[in-house]
Write a protein that binds this ligand. Structure first.
Ligand code: KG4
Ligand code: ZN
Length: 343
């Protein structure tokens, strides 16, 4: 069975083809980062319009890469939510129009389920059950994953998501958008002893997070140094203080979630999962505490169509009727992951 995946929930347009027998056949991705950069964040209306421009050329690219014809597609999976309403509508209309034209069934996928299952696209995928840390621009959640559609929320952020904290702190330091990769690169040159920032909720004895205070701590330190003419080394020192704090908290809570569930497998998903320092810290904890940690391939950490095609294929393997010839647009910009059930 060949599934086409369509992702358009935020500022990446991704189209991919996944074959349940042969694996991922191709994936095509366009990132709008350069377009949103000058505004310092994603402009929803611009995002929607750009998805419209990119979707069909990317589909052609994916079909060419897979060397198949549109008729060979068996089902079309698209991101139904959560995300930007207008952006989601583009993906769903592309998926539904193609479905109607090709007479193929469609199914809506939860964006975070795509991220959660993305490490299974790796050459050495984890087995169920596992603990998953979902760290993206909009979410920070710890989940227990027992199978496709079997997710239990263990803890989440009370305010900002980890990616949001990266982006906002980077913006405060004048590092542009998206800030995660930039602040992480700069932190490599920083002195770890220069600024010890607070580790929010490190000792809260639960699996909840809070990152909005960390951004305020960055602002306070930066202001004390004279925000406008802060020198490069000091910027790097602050970046280092920030990254060390957030990585410490994420690592400690992952270890606590493994202890609480008694599981020995940890899966990292979402854009912040690309972070070098987080990976190094989790690898060190895994060696010390004897658990195994799995990361998605770097290209599948941030938003992409492959994870949507894959999640669709997994759901269809459990229930072939999960995809229907129902082409009404039905996006869910807000959609809690724990409302998602096995099909
Ligand atoms: O999963 P994703 O692509 O989109 C959402 O669904 O939100 O995640 C994007 C987030 C952004 O906040 C971005 O700054 C962050 O992931 N990110 C990183 C890195 N690469 C992306 N944060 C820290 N270090 C990175 N290397
Ligand atoms: Zn995402």
């Amino acid at each position: 069975m060949i599934v086409l995946g369509v992702e358009s929930s935020c500022d990446e347009t991704g189209l991919a083809l996944y074959d349940t027998q042969r694996g991922l056949l191709s994936h095509a991705l366009y990132s709008q980062v350069a377009m949103h950069e000058e505004y310092g964040g994603v402009v929803p209306e611009l995002a929607s319009r750009d998805h419209i421009r990119r979707a069909i050329p990317l589909l052609e690219q994916a079909l060419q890469g897979a060397a198949i014809t549109p008729q060979q597609i068996d089902a079309i999976a698209y991101t139904q939510g959560p995300g930007l309403a207008g952006a989601l509508l583009v993906g769903s209309s592309v998926a539904c129009s193609l479905g109607l034209a090709l007479d193929k069934p469609v199914l809506g996928i939860h964006h975070l389920e795509g991220h959660l299952l993305s490490p299974l696209l790796a050459s050495e995928p984890p087995e169920f059950p596992f603990v998953a840390l979902l760290v993206s621009g909009g979410h920070t959640q710890l989940m227990r994953v027992d199978g496709v559609g079997q997710y239990e929320l263990l803890g989440e952020t009370l305010d900002d998501a980890a990616g949001e904290a990266f982006d906002k702190s980077a913006k405060l330091l004048g590092l542009g958008y998206p800030g995660g990769p930039a602040i992480s690169r700069l932190a490599e040159f920083g002195d770890p002893e220069a600024y010890k920032l607070p580790r929010p909720m490190l000792h809260s004895k639960d699996l909840m997070f809070s990152f909005s205070g960390l951004k305020t701590a960055v602002l306070t330190v930066a202001k004390n140094q004279g925000l406008a003419n802060i020198c490069e080394q000091d910027k790097a020192n602050i970046a280092r203080g920030f990254v060390d704090a957030i990585v410490d908290v994420l690592t400690a809570k992952c270890v606590a979630a493994l202890k609480q569930t008694g599981l020995k497998r940890l899966v990292i998903a979402g854009g912040v999962g690309a972070n070098k320092q987080l990976r190094a810290s989790l690898d060190a904890a895994a060696a010390k505490k004897r658990f195994k940690v799995y990361y998605p391939e770097l290209e599948f950490c941030t938003d992409n169509g492959a994870m949507i095609a894959f999640a669709g294929a997994m759901r269809l393997q459990i229930n072939p009727l999960a995809a229907q010839r129902d082409y009404s647009f039905n996006v869910r910009p807000r959609w809690p992951l724990d409302e998602l059930k096995v099909v």
